[in-house]
Design a protein around this ligand. Structure first.
Ligand SMILES: C[S@@+](CC[C@H](N)C(=O)[O-])C[C@H]1O[C@@H](n2cnc3c(N)ncnc32)[C@H](O)[C@@H]1O
Length: 245
């Protein structure tokens, strides 16, 4: 059943009403438009956007499904990857692989996403959808602490070879992830750090809130870091984009 367009939002005070109804913003949002008759359905082989949409739905059904990045964040990161013609991506914090799949879809056929996770369960739930999107071959899942994988990549001589890195794992190690990812990125590469506002707790972290303190410390460190240009976007729970000089 087709979803009706949403009503136009109220115009800002003192301005004429918006005449154009607003379509659903993005696939995967509650109420997003279903494929029209004749289009391939969600998650069928060779229907990458359908599989990606299905990955969002599947993830939302899981406990902690809301730890997945927002659709807008994933779209932006995938589009940045396309813009810089990325071939190699890093994804710290796989969960079901929603972000890994978004990146894989943005890479060329020989591209690679190294994705890091400590919990084997969620990626195995998502894997059938990576396969249905015909992107499974690009997704290199490393089941061990992300820091170990980053050290292995550095030891294997992969410094300065990655185009984009997405940091969305535990916060306690976020400063170490930042440093290692910066080493692994090429000049011009993009480093994205998720949840940098930490529900606003970064403004005045409680003493016992280690995660909030780590995020705040990293934010301050990045602000002073002459190796990058940054943008901190209030998307989702905050997204820092650091562009390696
Ligand atoms: C916020 S979720 C990732 C969401 C995912 N990026 C997405 O948008 O679909 C964080 C994930 O990081 C994983 N994680 C936590 N500590 C980790 C570590 N030390 N190394 C690798 N992964 C870790 C958790 O198990 C969890 O699945």
């Amino acid at each position: 059943m087709a979803v009706p367009a949403r009503e136009a939002p109220a115009a800002p005070r003192g301005q004429p009403p918006l005449a154009v109804p607003v379509e659903p913003l993005h696939a995967g949002a509650p109420g997003a438009a279903e494929p029209a008759a004749g289009q391939r359905g969600q998650g069928e082989n060779g229907d990458p956007p359908g599989a990606w949409r299905a990955a969002r739905g599947l993830t939302l059904e899981q406990p902690q499904g809301d730890s997945m990045m927002t659709c807008e964040q994933a779209q932006l990161l995938a589009n940045l990857a396309r813009l810089i013609k990325a071939k190699k991506a890093l994804d710290l914090g796989t969960f079901t692989g929603y972000s890994a799949l978004a990146l894989a879809l943005a890479l060329p056929p020989a591209g690679r996403v190294v994705t890091c996770e400590v919990d084997a369960g969620p990626p195995e739930l998502g894997r059938p959808l990576w396969r249905q999107a015909e992107e499974e071959h690009k997704i290199d899942l490393r089941l061990k602490p992300a820091l170990e994988t980053l050290e292995e990549l550095l030891a294997a001589g992969e410094a300065s070879t990655f185009d984009i890195a997405v940091v969305d794992a535990d916060k306690e190690n976020c400063a170490a992830y930042y440093e290692r990812c910066l080493q692994l990125l090429r000049p011009g590469g993009v480093l994205a750090i998720l949840r940098v506002l930490w529900r606003g707790e970064v403004l005045r972290p409680q003493q016992r809130d280690t995660a909030a303190q780590c995020v705040r410390n990293l934010n301050e460190r990045i602000l002073r870091d002459a190796r990058v240009h940054i943008s901190l976007l209030p998307l989702g729970d905050g997204l820092t984009l650091a562009f390696k000089i």
